[in-house]
Design a protein. Structure first.
Length: 100
């Protein structure tokens, strides 16, 4: 919900939405309003070995056990002008490493 006066985000407080910038107050009209505040980035960690089989596989040698197959995922680590990083997980021993 955005403030009709200053166009800032309004926050729920009790039965009202209140603009923290200009102080505008508006009564809540619906009960099905969900407001979430997220400060941390979402990270997906796959711990269950049975769920790893949904990831793509490639031919690459594991530096720990010498197995020649691993699951891989791409992650953008820096800005969009930098190339993404490829992370591998060995299909045999579960060792994880980064390409490069």
């Amino acid at each position: 919900m955005f403030c009709p006066k200053c166009k800032s985000l309004m926050y729920p407080e009790g039965d009202y939405f209140i603009c923290r910038k200009c102080g505008y107050k508006m009564e809540k009209k619906g009960k099905n309003i969900v407001v979430t505040k997220q400060k941390k980035k979402e990270i997906t960690i796959i711990e269950d070995a049975d769920k790893l089989n949904v990831l793509p596989k490639t031919k690459v040698v594991c530096p720990k056990c010498g197995n020649n197959e691993a699951y891989w995922v791409l992650r953008q680590m820096r800005g969009s002008d930098e190339p993404e990083s490829r992370f591998y997980t060995c299909t045999k021993c579960g060792y994880k490493w980064r390409e490069g």
